[in-house]
Design a protein around this ligand. Structure first.
Ligand code: ATP
Length: 194
């Protein structure tokens, strides 16, 4: 069974692309949302986060997302530290998930920082979803009601599309000029060996 990593910058449309694969019954592991769940539920991980970022990381046992987000989105060092705590927990969880989904030709793993984190080396092949920065910015501001500055700040912590494209095995263009479904169907055919 193949593991296909799907990534793309903020607002590129990776979740939208994964939703199309979902319609084709491909199992998908959403690494970023799973990471958030684990930060809320995994007691070892919670203890590590409190040790590194302080008691304010949790309020009444719940992850204090605004507090942590403010810390990590303005400091690459703190972001790297948080990632170094969260990634082993997610990797472990992913291994368990893979065992439960080992009856299909391939699964997808969606992760925002597949290349930045080095996780692309652990997948069999990778898909990068691309769209111009201004399009991504507009989409995220509309989706989240975020300010331009907030989105640009988050973009700064990610590699440029050009840097990621050099490492990507496949590219889906989501700039609005090409339909997504035919691009997904072509990759599905390839990955499922049909
Ligand atoms: P993030 O990194 O923030 O999780 P993402 O890469 O998963 O973002 P999506 O959430 O899939 O991106 O897309 C961002 C927004 O743009 C969503 O509101 C989505 O509905 C919209 N969108 C995605 N693709 C298109 C498209 N081709 N045309 C118009 N809107 C789109």
């Amino acid at each position: 069974m193949k593991v296909v990593g799907v990534t793309g910058g903020i607002g590129s449309g990776k979740t939208t692309v994964c939703q199309i694969f979902e319609h084709l019954n491909v199992p998908i592991y959403y690494a970023d949302s799973r990471a958030k769940e684990l930060m809320a539920s995994n007691s070892d991980l919670k203890a590590d986060i409190i040790k590194s970022f302080g008691e304010d990381s949790y309020t009444n046992g719940q992850l204090n997302r605004p507090y942590l987000a403010k810390l990590v989105f303005t400091s690459p060092e703190k972001l790297a530290l948080l990632n170094s705590l969260v990634h082993p927990a997610v990797a472990n969880d992913f291994e368990g998930w893979l065992e439960e989904n080992d009856t299909v030709p391939y699964v997808l793993k969606e992760a925002a920082i597949l290349f930045e984190s080095g996780a692309y080396q652990d997948v069999n092949t990778s898909v990068l979803v691309i769209a111009p920065e201004d399009v991504r910015l507009q989409r995220v501001m509309k989706r989240d009601g975020s300010s331009k500055e907030e989105v640009l700040q988050r973009m700064k912590n990610q590699w440029t599309q050009e840097r990621k494209a050099k490492l990507a095995d496949h590219i889906i263009n989501n700039d609005g000029t090409q339909l997504l479904i035919p691009q997904v169907l072509e990759l599905h055919k390839k990955f499922s060996g049909k």
